[in-house]
Structures are given as structure tokens and as C-alpha cells.
Design a protein around this ligand. Sequence first.
Ligand code: IPE
Ligand code: IPE
Ligand code: MG
Ligand code: MG
Ligand code: MG
Length: 288
Amino acid sequence: MNLHLASIEEALERWLPPETAEPSTIHRAMRYSVLGGGKRIRPLLAMAAGEAIRADSPGIADVAATLEMIHTYSLIHDDLPDMDNDDYRRGRLTCHKVFGGAMAILAGDALCTLAFHVLASLHELPAETRVALVLELTTASGTCGGMIAGQVHDIEGERQRPTPELLDRIHRAKTGALIRAAVRMGGWTAAADPAQMRALTAYGEHLGLAFQIVDDVLDIEQSSAELGKTAGKDAAQEKITFPAVYGLDRSKQMAHAEWRAAIDAIEPLGERAGRLRELAELVVRRKT
Ligand code: IPE
Ligand code: IPE
Ligand code: MG
Ligand code: MG
Ligand code: MG
């Protein structure tokens, strides 16, 4: 796992323009948010999925890094005053608190742009693979069932009656889509066959749901210091969450069931999927 983490950090460091590059404010803001911590779950999932298919896939750390760029952009915007209005992220002040709202919006936009620049630049991958990766990441981030769709439902859902249908729609899109894409991008990069891709996709869908259930539970059970972001925000903002719809105990059972289903889905991938099993465990057992 550490080797994967190190290559993800190296790829991020390499692709992010240096602080000295003009205009330096935007590059400082981008680097502040991307390189300032984070569990790196999505890039780790991409690398573990690639490893489940073959030992070495050229370019996979760069592909993985693009997921972290999109994810960090979504967090910078999620924290803005007109969205969740958060002052803390990853144990420090949010991007807009340090650099101002305009620069935070632009840093998010810039990370989104950079992700697709990187994918298009990966000449070690066949052109058709690069196109598949771009399609996968744009679909997962977009407005038709992707991350932005989920964020729209999440914001519009505030103070609405929490129903299972609305909850499912929000969570599959705002978090599930990018986690599903992470494992599928690992699969594309490693040239997975259709059956392997189906196994990875099912794993990603179940784990994506487990991930957001746990995020909702931690928002209630953990302290802000432990989370590195403001705890208790979902209830304060009347968000539609798993605990709001099903209660805490049932939510935890559901996270466990999704974890189980994720593990079962990758059974056909055998021993090589060991890291995917470890990551699934980490997602449900994490405390931050
Ligand atoms: C938090 O994601 C936002 C959600 C999509 C729930 P993470 O818990 O992966 O945040 P970092 O990247 O580790 O900070
Ligand atoms: C954020 O969900 C999801 C995205 C950024 C796409 P949350 O609003 O629940 O994330 P946190 O709890 O602020 O990290
Ligand atoms: Mg939010
Ligand atoms: Mg938030
Ligand atoms: Mg949350």
C-alpha cells in the first residue's frame, strides 16, 4: 500500500505546477488543497484495481492522480460559503478561508482542467484507452448521475423530507460515481477484459455506497478534531443522510452489507485482488 501511496504523491507533485509558476496565487491554492493531506482512497482504489488485473500497468499512478484532482476540486467547491460553508478540511482551513472565494473557485476549476490534461497526455497508453478514461471520468463527475448531479440533489435536498429514494439518488451520484469510476479507471488502464470489468464495477458500486454511509455516520459520531472537518454539519444543515433516513444502527448494518457485497463481487479476481479487499476493510473501519 505504501508503495502505491508514494507513487500517487509523486505523480501529484509532478503534475501540479510549482508555486513559482505565474500566476503563483492559483498554483499555491491548488497545491495547498491537493498536497495538504487526504486519505487518497480514490487513487488507491484505481491502483489496487489495476494490480488486480496485472502486476504492472504503465501510467497508472498518473491516472490515479487525476481522480484525486477531481475529488479535491469537488471538496474545495463543497466547502464554499454558498455550498456547505465549511471552515476546515483535512485538518486545516479550507481553501477559500486562506485564498478567498474567487481563488478557491478558480483552484477547483483548474484542478478539473488539469485532470483531463493529464489523461490526454499519457502517451504510454493507447489513444483508445485515454479516450475511455476521459469518458469514464467526465461521466462520473458530470450532471447526469455523476458527482455534480449528486451535489445538486444534496443541496436541493436540504430541509426536504428525507426519503430512501432521494437518499439513494444523492449518494450514488455525489460519492458513488467517482468511486465506481476509480476502480473502472484502474481496470481500463490495466486492459481488463469485460468479465473483470463487471467484477470491478460491482465492487466499486457497493464500496461507493458503503463509503458515503460511513461518512454520514462519522459526521455524527466523531469529533471535528478527529475528522479534520466540522462534525455534526449534516444535522445542522438538515441534509438527507443514511442516519437521517434509517437511524444510526441500521446505517451501520447497511454499510457492513455493502462491504460484504463488494468483497463477494471480486471473488472471481482471486489473489491479485488482495489490496482491493484491504481497501474495502479500510473504508468501513475508518474513523476519519
Ligand atoms: C470526503 O471524502 C467527501 C466525501 C465524498 C464523502 P474523503 O473522506 O475521501 O476525504 P479526504 O480525501 O480523505 O479528505
Ligand atoms: C461531499 O459530500 C461530496 C463531494 C464533495 C462530491 P459531503 O458534503 O458529505 O462531504 P464532507 O462531509 O463535507 O467531506
Ligand atoms: Mg456536501
Ligand atoms: Mg460537505
Ligand atoms: Mg459528509
